[in-house]
Ligand binder design. Structure first.
Ligand code: NI
Length: 182
């Protein structure tokens, strides 16, 4: 297994729409395991292949990373697709690829997601609230969309200006609290 480098905004690779996996082979299985390891190490609760510069529709998620058995609740999904969405929810989101920002984002409260496992089983996941939010956030990544893109233009501009300022000063600001990074 290996840790992968997580790309950060404004890396243009984050804007690419990832290609579907056509063959669930050993390479895909290895990618999934490396992504899971990278997610736990970050630490974050979700990661899409786009975020590590891999052009494939693969995501990993674990909303309970501090469980007694790490990895037990890791959701690994290939070619995930949202089949149904319902209701509305606003959740404070953060992202491993968008450092130093959390913001409320409006999404569907419930989603039905279909995809494949690394064992080539077709799965269907009915998700609500945080799991629904995290799935939508990760599938957005596969479509080249960051949660930043779902904020108002004003918030985006303020964030860009802040990032530029920090980059000029050659440092990252430190935040006291660790948000949920998906
Ligand atoms: Ni993210």
């Amino acid at each position: 297994m290996a840790l992968l480098r997580i790309l950060q905004y404004p890396d243009s690779a984050l804007k690419q729409r990832a290609r579907p996996v056509e063959n669930i082979d050993g390479q895909v299985a290895e990618l999934i395991e490396n992504m899971a390891e990278t997610m736990y190490a970050a630490p974050g609760v979700g990661l899409a292949a786009t975020q590590v510069g891999i052009d494939r529709r693969v995501i990993v998620l674990d909303l309970r990373p501090e469980d007694a058995e790490p990895g037990k609740h890791c959701l690994r999904l290939i070619n995930p697709e949202i089949a149904e969405r319902e209701g509305e929810i606003v959740w404070e989101e953060g992202c491993l690829s968008v450092p130093e920002l959390t913001a409320p984002v409006r999404r569907a409260r419930r989603v039905l997601v279909r995809g494949w496992t690394a064992e080539e089983r077709q799965v269907q996941i009915e998700a609500e609230e945080l799991l629904a939010v995290a799935l939508q956030h990760e599938i957005d990544h596969l479509d080249g969309t960051l949660f930043l893109d779902r904020l108002s233009r004003l918030k985006r501009d303020l964030y860009r200006a802040r990032r530029r300022k920090l980059a000029r000063q050659g440092r990252q600001s430190s935040s006291a609290t660790r948000p949920l990074l998906i």
